[in-house]
Design a protein around this ligand. Structure first.
Ligand code: G3P
Length: 226
């Protein structure tokens, strides 16, 4: 199972890589635009923070296969390391995925809302497919059910493509997506932090410290024990 952070914000990426067992970062044009930066320079900054081995997913903008292919090759020239090119699951995107995967380029099919889109993207050669769980829920669909169907189709047809569940606004959606067998998740910083937070954990730790300090003194730790 892989943890990825869905952001282009450098301080969030530094924080996540400091605290959590991260496997990569996903970006998209909105996340990049929000940072108001030079795109290539910013991707290089992210690469420096996460290292060469961590996955970095960067999205193309064009709506034609020919230009998507050029964009993908440009990104590969400019950004080293473990780079995945995000391509929307449109018909032109499928064409670009078919061609680029033949060249050995690592691809993530994105903006996926149905299992059939995911299946075709996998057949075309995508390494990851990214269903947008919260966005599906926001149109009265069931994002988790779509993830479940994708996992089931990939298992049925022994497809190696991995599900990178994306678009989350709460921990329950993350939890239920993983329960269906999603291979990886990409989550914004706020929701990622909530994966580990629990008030009863904090309360329990406070109680341990209070009981300990009654016996050994305020502020004492293991380091003070002889
Ligand atoms: O990369 C896709 C993902 O960022 C979409 O998430 O939260 O904008 O629905 P969201």
């Amino acid at each position: 199972m892989l943890y990825l952070l869905d952001t282009a914000n450098l301080s969030e990426i530094r924080k996540a890589y400091d605290l959590y067992p991260m496997d990569g970062v996903t970006t998209n044009p909105t996340l990049i635009a929000n940072e108001q930066v030079n795109f290539i320079d910013h991707l290089k900054e992210i690469r420096l923070i996460i290292g060469e081995e961590s996955m970095l997913h960067a999205q193309v903008l064009s709506n034609t296969a020919e230009t998507m292919i050029e964009e993908a090759q440009y990104l590969l020239e400019k950004i080293g390391g473990n780079l995945y090119i995000k391509i929307p699951a449109t018909s032109q995107g499928i064409k670009a995925i078919k061609i680029l995967s033949q060249k050995g380029i690592k691809l993530t099919a994105t903006a996926i809302f149905t299992a059939q889109q995911a299946l075709m993207a996998a057949k075309a050669g995508a390494a990851f497919v990214a269903p947008y769980v919260n966005r599906i829920d926001n149109i009265s669909g069931s994002g988790v059910s779509v993830v479940e169907d994708i996992v089931r189709l990939f298992d049925t047809f022994d497809i190696n493509t991995k599900v990178l569940a994306a678009s989350f606004k709460n921990v329950q959606l993350v939890h239920n997506s993983l329960l269906t067998g999603a291979h990886s998740i990409t989550v914004n910083m706020e929701t990622f932090d909530m994966l580990i937070e629990h008030p009863l954990t904090d309360w329990s730790v406070d109680q341990f410290v209070k009981d300990w300090e009654l016996q050994y003194g305020r502020g004492k730790t293991v380091l003070d024990m002889i």
